[in-house]
Design a binder for this molecule. Sequence first.
Ligand code: ADP
Ligand code: ZN
Ligand code: ZN
Length: 734
Amino acid sequence: MSQRPPILRVAVPTPVRGLFDYLAPGDRAVEPGTRVRVDFGRRRLVGVVVECARESAVPAARLRPVQAVLDEAPLLSARLLDLGCWTARYYHQPVGEVFAAMLPVLLRRGEPPEVAGERAWSLAPGGHTGELDALSRAPRQRALVEWLRAGARDTVTAADLDTAFSGWRQPARRLVEKGWLEERMLSCLAEPPARTAAPPALNADQAAAAGALREALGGFAAFLLEGVTGSGKTEVYLDAVDAALGRGRQVLVLVPEIALTPQLVGRFRARVGVPVAMLHSALNARERLCGWNAARTGEARVVLGTRSAVFVPLAEPGLIIVDEEHDASFKQQDGVRYNARDLAAMRARSESVPVVFGSATPSLESLANALAGRYRRLHLGRRAGAARPPRVELLDVRRRPLVEGLAAALIERMEAHLGAGGQVMVFINRRGFAPQLICHECGWVPECRRCDAPMTYHRRRGELHCHHCGAERPAPTTCEGCGAEALMPLGQGTERVEAALGARFPEFEIERIDRDTTRRKGSLEASLERARSGEARILVGTQMLAKGHDFPGVTLVGILDADRGLFGVDFRAAERVAQLVVQVAGRAGRGERPGEVVIQTHHPEHPLLRTLVGEGYGAFARSLLEERREAALPPHAHFCLVRAEAPAQAPPRAFLQAAREALPVECRQRVLALGPVKAPLERIAGRYRMQLLLQAGSRADLHAALDRWLPAVEALPEARRIRWSVDVDPQDMS
Ligand code: ADP
Ligand code: ZN
Ligand code: ZN
């Protein structure tokens, strides 16, 4: 054996695939899972040591030493390293980028994992309500308060203030003295409340499900918890969490992006009585690192996070829960493309812990896994407590007048429910006032200059917004085609429905909940609170309203645009619209009073709607699964979508054409390449988009082909002229 120091095989954050070999420092052993700083080309990057080896294929003279070892002890366990490598292999993503995605941004930059307590400032109640005139003699204090009031974040650190507000310390100190500002030490862990709330007694179905989970602790098992909305799935989770904590284990709970509202967090915190770490995108970098590290050291016993939390290190993992597992936000759609839901199963297997996937509307993938016996199915068929299922009705709106998209029959129903003291929720999955403007004289429609799509009209702001690229401009008053002052809004969005209902029901408070009204931090929470408390009697919103919220006072739900999903181009359109309808409908009648759901439709005879309304999601999903089998679509087939884009139309096509030809002949029997075709929306943000779809009947065939094919694709000269990406198990075909 040679005396040469061992070779470190490092995952370096670069699109170039594979691990890179470096020489370990002579004076110390470096274990896998440790971060190192390395020279890569002309840059110096932070990578993760994945393996140590004696030999390298790189000639000794060309091996470079690592520049620095950043951690005393490995940050990532052998199991997490395996999960990272598996993710890179399965999703065919560069391994260095996968490991970068696994780490909080501060660790990616080479900072130490331990976060010292940091001071932070936020507005005190006095600072929120105080008259600014009281500060007229202290302009800097006034400016600081105005800045904080307008800001996107509730809590700011010294670093935030330094970048935004020079010389802030003196005015901040004065404001603290006046009671306008609060200063505290930043803590990343939600402190456990003094007393934990008592759980309700589980009903028989809940007890059976919880019992199965308790029994499974200590080894790998996968469960699908299929429970109708309001059936008390969260109580089942909490019972299993309790059991896992009792065994001295940690619990990882993955939730959709939007569901991380105080309601869910509050419910968990109030019940588990242990430190809870949160990991989601609204946190700043330091808070994220803090939670991540608390999970790693074991200080946090419960970790509640969105998709990337599937990679969080856990000192003593005991249970993984994926709530609302059908939600599309578990899929990372750009950068490193992976599905946290599916990775949760892999992770549970490698950590030898149970995983439970919960939903009222399971994804067809999970349902297929349950039907094939890979997941054990747990079923909650009835609503918990006193709540009954809502009555669902298809309202035929053909040939009936619609006022701003609302049928008279729905308005009447609203009157009745509002009059009886109930809350009403109106759902339409488009934000803005109208999806387009049109000239009544000549038919001209303002389009985005950089996308092939009309711009959405936002009346309150007097602007046109492109919902694809984010472009904004003032709404024109005259037609650019004929010069007439005849532009009128076409179609409905939440803003228009809100305005129409405001005119019709001036005596009731309306809360609109969509991405536009909830952009500022804290505003979603405030809106949800007004909805929950009953202060707002009418709720208007997009799919944000559908996500797991518990509004006990809602007795009527109106769904305006279910039809739009019936004829979508994506093969998942029917599944998605059904999930949305059932989830929105599930907000009705969760309290004491019975609920009612009205679905406006131009297609009351549509078999999809009929099965869904008549027999429920379970029957609907099973028949859809049968259709997918017949049509050889996922989960009964396996897809990989290769996307390519460039500022000109020809290069993406040329690249994908060449890629298609590079598919090894031996693979073509079992893997079908379709395309290249234009993406459903060809041009977004000035870039032309094409795609090539690979289809296979078996996962193994698909991956065997990709393993052989992708290196050849990468080597194509055309690959350098465009942006392209590989998406295994694509969730969105656009
Ligand atoms: P899901 O997550 O399935 O939609 P939740 O867990 O949010 O349902 O429960 C719905 C409502 O029913 C909540 O208000 C919850 O407190 C209540 N609940 C759940 N289980 C029970 C039970 N066994 N007895 C009484 N109320 C319950
Ligand atoms: Zn015109
Ligand atoms: Zn655009």
